[in-house]
Write a protein that binds this ligand. Structure first.
Ligand SMILES: Cc1cc2nc3c(=O)[nH]c(=O)nc-3n(C[C@H](O)[C@H](O)[C@H](O)COP(=O)(O)OP(=O)(O)OC[C@H]3O[C@@H](n4cnc5c(N)ncnc54)[C@H](O)[C@@H]3O)c2cc1C
Length: 674
C-alpha cells in the first residue's frame, strides 16, 4: 500500500480524477472498499477516509441514482415515529438534523415549516401538541441548538391565513413545526466529492460483479467499468456492502445473506407548480395507512408518498396511474380547489430499503439500520434513513475498523464540513453585491449559493470567462448553462441523464421533463467531455427515450405493466466500447460510434423533427420512417405549457400569460410550427 503524499486533493471530481481513481483501485490494496454510492456508501467512504484509512468506493451507475435521489428530501426526526414510541430513533435523527443544518452542510440543508391541520378541537390539539413539544425537546439533546424555531399552535383563522387554499370546512385549527430539507442527489454528489477531496478513490459507473475470496474470507471484488467495458479486480482488507435495496443481490454474490433480508417498498411523489395552491408552508396530512407530505420545493410542491411492496426492477421503479390518483385523491381531500393530473409537472418513484421481518405492514417497519459482519472481510450495512446516514456510516466503518490490525481513530465526520460549507454564511451576506457585479437578480446568486456554497466562486469564474453560460436552460429557467458545464468538469456527471436528473432536478421540475433542455445540455457537456456529434445525439436520444418510457409507464394501471413499459428505455451504454454495437446488434466490422450516428440521424417521427429512436437497426432509405417512439407530443398528451416553447404567443391564441413572463405559445418546440 503506498503512503498518501498529501493531506487532501483537488476538490474537482471530473473524468481525469475518475481515471486516476480507477488506476488506484486496480493497483493498490485498500483498507476499505465501499460498494454502493448512495447516501450510506458515500457517507461511509468519507467516514473511513477521514479516519486516515485508504479507501475506495464504486457505484454501479451515477452517485445517488438509487433511492438516495428519490426520497421526500426531508432531513427530519420523523415526527410520526413518536407515535410508535421510537424515541431513540427520533432523538438521534433530530441530532443529525441540527448537525447537518448548522455544521456539516448549511448551504444544502435548509429549515422547512409544516402545518399539521387538526380535525378535532381539544383532544387532538393536546395529543399532537404534546408530540411536538417532545419533538422540540429532543432536538436539543444533541448538545447544540436545534437550528430551527419551535412548534406553534394556530387558530383556524391563523391556519387559513398561512394556507388559504385549504378547504375551510375540513379543519378546526392547526399546529406548525419545523424540519429541514435537502436536494438529496446534490448532497450525495457533494459528499462523494468531499470523500475524494480527502483522498478516497471514488468511481461511478463501476459495478461490482463478484467477490474474491481466500477460503471464507472476502479479500476484494471483481469490478466492471461500464464506461470502458474493462473488468478488473479491487483488493481490500475490508469490503463494505452499502447497496440499499440491492443488498440481498450483493450478498448473494458471496453466498451469505447476513441474517436479514432487505425488502423494497415503493414510494411515489408528484411535483406540481407552487402556484397551483396557495400556502406559505408545507402540510403534513394523515392518511389511513401513514402520512402525506406536501413539501415546498423552490417554485414547486412535492406531494407524497405512497407505500407499497415492490418486487420488480430495482433500478427503475415505475409510478403507475393508480399511484398518481392515490396521491391526488388524498391531497384533494383538504384543498378548496382540487388538483388534477394536468397540474402534475413531474413524478418520481423510489424504493425504501426496509429490513424485512419486523412487521407485515411495510409502513410500520422500523427505520432502524443493521450493521453485520456477514463473513470475514465483508461488512453489510442496510436499512435506516437518509437523515441518519452519518450514524450508519460510522457504525459500518467501526465494524470494518475493528477487523483491521492496529488502532483506527474514531469517526470524525461530526466535524467535517462538506465542500462548499465553510464560509457559506459570509458568502450569503455578499449575495446582493455579487448579483450587482454580474448584472443578475439576487435570486440567481442565491440559487447558486444554496447548491454549491462557496464553490459558487468556481461557477462565477466560468461565467466570467464565458458569459453565455449565464443563460438559463430552455424550459428550465432555474438552471443556467454554467451548472451543466460544472457538473461535467467538477461533479462526476458522465452522461446527460446525470445532469438532468440528479446534478440539476430538471427531469422532475420542468413541464417537458427536460426534453427541450436536453440538446443544449448535451452540447455543453459534449464540449467539456470531448464528445463527438454522434455521442451527443446518442445521449439526447437516450434521455428522450427515458422520458418517453416514464411518461408512458405513468399511464399504466399496475406495477407490472408500468415496469414493462419503463424497461423499454434501459440505462445508457457507452458507445466508446461497443455498447452501441451490442444494443443495436451491429454486424462485426461496422464502427459502433458511426452506426449509432447513422441511427440517430435516420428519418424520424412524422409529426416532428426528432430522430428515430436509438436502439433500433439503421433505417434503410427504401423503407417508410419508423413510428414515433419518443415522448408523446405535449399536445397529444393534453399537458402542454407555453413556457417550453420558443415561439411567441402572438402566433397562437391558446397561451396564458402571467406577470413578468415573456409571452409564448403552448406548443412544444418539437412540433412543427406552421
Ligand atoms: C419515497 C421515499 C421517501 C423517502 N424519504 C425520506 C426522507 O424524507 N428522509 C429520510 O431521512 N429518508 C427518506 N427515505 C429513505 C432514504 O431515502 C433511504 O433510506 C436512503 O436513500 C437509502 O440510501 P442507500 O445508500 O442505503 O441506498 P441507495 O441510495 O439505493 O444506494 C445504493 C447504491 O448501490 C448501488 N449498487 C447496487 N448494486 C451495486 C453493485 N453491484 N456495484 C456497485 N454499486 C451497486 C446502486 O446503484 C445504488 O446507487 C425515503 C425513501 C423513499 C423510497
Amino acid at each position: 500500500m503506498s503512503a498518501p503524499q498529501s493531506v487532501s486533493r483537488s476538490s474537482k471530481l471530473g473524468p481525469e480524477e475518475r481515471a486516476a481513481a480507477i488506476e488506484a483501485l486496480k493497483t493498490r490494496e485498500l483498507d476499505i472498499l465501499v460498494v454502493g454510492g448512495g447516501i450510506v456508501g458515500t457517507g461511509s467512504a468519507l467516514d473511513a477516509v477521514t479516519r486516515g484509512l485508504s479507501v475506495g468506493m464504486v457505484e454501479a451507475r451515477d452517485w445517488a441514482s438509487g433511492t438516495s435521489s428519490r426520497s421526500s428530501k426531508l432531513v427530519h426526526g420523523g415526527i410520526r415515529y413518536l407515535e410508535q414510541l421510537d424515541f431513540r430513533l427520533v432523538r438521534e435523527a433530530l441530532t443529525e438534523r441540527g448537525l447537518l443544518l448548522q455544521r456539516i452542510a448549511p448551504h444544502l440543508v435548509k429549515p422547512v415549516r409544516f402545518l399539521y391541520p387538526l380535525t378535532k378541537p381539544i383532544y387532538e390539539r393536546f395529543y399532537v401538541g404534546a408530540g411536538m413539544l417532545l419533538y422540540d425537546i429532543f432536538s436539543y439533546t444533541g448538545g447544540r441548538p436545534p437550528g430551527v424555531p419551535h412548534h406553534r399552535h394556530l387558530t383556524k383563522r391563523q391556519m387559513l391565513k398561512a394556507a388559504p387554499s385549504l378547504d375551510k370546512d375540513a379543519f378546526v385549527g392547526g399546529l406548525t413545526y419545523y424540519d429541514a430539507q435537502v436536494d438529496d442527489a446534490r448532497y450525495v454528489a457533494t459528499l462523494a466529492r468531499t470523500a475524494s477531496f480527502y483522498g478516497a478513490h471514488v468511481a461511478s459507473r463501476v459495478r461490482v460483479e463478484g467477490f474474491i475470496k481466500v477460503g471464507q474470507r472476502v479479500v476484494g471484488v471483481t469490478a466492471h467499468d461500464l464506461e470502458t467495458g474493462e473488468r478488473f479486480e479491487i483488493k481490500a482488507r475490508q469490503v463494505v456492502n452499502a447497496t440499499g435495496v440491492w443488498t440481498d443481490d450483493t450478498q448473494s454474490m458471496v453466498g451469505e445473506r447476513g441474517g436479514f433480508k432487505v425488502r423494497a417498498s415503493k414510494g411515489v411523489h408528484l411535483v406540481v407548480p407552487r402556484d397551483r395552491f396557495q400556502s406559505k408552508i408545507g402540510l403534513l396530512l394523515r392518511t389511513e395507512k401513514s402520512v402525506l407530505f406536501v413539501i415546498p420545493w423552490g417554485r414547486h410542491w412535492l406531494i407524497g408518498t405512497t407505500d407499497t411492496d415492490w418486487h420488480l426492477d430495482k433500478a427503475h421503479p415505475a409510478a403507475t396511474a393508480a399511484d398518481i390518483d392515490y396521491i391526488l385523491e388524498h391531497v384533494n381531500k383538504v384543498l378548496a380547489v382540487k388538483l388534477t393530473r394536468d397540474d402534475v409537472e413531474g413524478v418520481y418513484a423510489g424504493l425504501r430499503p426496509l429490513l424485512a421481518g419486523e412487521s407485515e405492514q411495510t409502513s410500520k417497519l422500523s427505520r432502524e439500520h443493521i450493521v453485520a459482519h456477514s463473513v470475514p472481510g465483508l461488512v453489510v450495512v442496510a436499512g435506516g434513513k437518509w437523515t441518519t446516514y452519518r450514524i450508519m456510516a460510522k457504525d459500518a466503518i467501526d465494524a470494518a475498523a475493528s477487523a483491521l490490525d492496529g488502532r483506527v481513530p474514531p469517526s470524525t465526520t461530526q466535524d467535517i464540513a462538506l465542500l462548499g460549507a465553510e464560509g457559506y454564511q459570509a458568502a450569503w451576506n455578499k449575495r446582493s453585491k455579487i448579483a450587482h457585479v454580474f448584472g443578475v437578480h439576487k435570486v440567481r446568486i442565491e440559487h447558486l449559493l444554496n447548491r454549491y456554497g462557496v464553490l459558487t466562486d468556481e461557477l462565477l469564474d466560468l461565467i466570467r470567462e464565458r458569459p453565455e453560460l449565464l443563460e438559463p436552460l430552455p424550459g428550465a429557467d432555474d438552471y443556467i448553462g454554467a451548472e451543466v458545464v460544472y457538473a461535467a468538469s467538477h461533479e462526476g456527471a458522465l452522461h446527460l441523464e446525470d445532469v438532468l436528473a440528479r446534478r440539476t432536478r430538471i427531469s422532475i421540475e420542468a413541464w417537458d421533463r427536460g426534453v427541450s433542455a436536453a440538446p443544449v445540455a448535451a452540447a455543453l457537456m459534449g464540449a467539456e467531455l470531448g464528445w463527438d456529434q454522434a455521442r451527443i445525439d446518442n445521449e439526447v436520444a437516450n434521455y428522450l427515450k427515458r422520458v418517453s418510457a416514464e411518461i408512458e409507464s405513468q399511464q399504466q394501471p399496475d406495477d407490472e405493466s408500468a415496469d414493462r413499459v419503463r424497461l423499454e428505455a434501459p440505462d445508457i451504454v457507452s458507445t466508446k466500447w461497443g455498447g452501441a454495437r451490442r444494443r443495436l446488434r451491429l454486424p462485426a466490422g461496422v464502427p459502433a460510434v458511426g452506426a449509432a450516428a447513422a441511427v440517430v440521424s435516420a428519418p424520424g417521427c412524422r409529426t416532428c423533427d426528432r430522430p428515430a429512436p436509438i436502439g433500433r437497426p439503421p433505417w434503410p432509405a427504401s423503407r417508410p420512417p419508423p413510428p414515433a417512439r419518443h415522448p408523446p407530443h405535449p399536445r397529444e398528451r393534453g399537458r402542454v405549457d407555453w413556457r417550453d416553447c420558443p415561439k411567441p404567443l402572438k402566433e397562437f391564441s391558446h397561451g396564458r400569460r402571467s406577470a413578468g413572463q415573456t409571452p409564448r405559445c403552448w406548443c412544444s418546440p418539437h412540433i412543427r410550427h406552421g
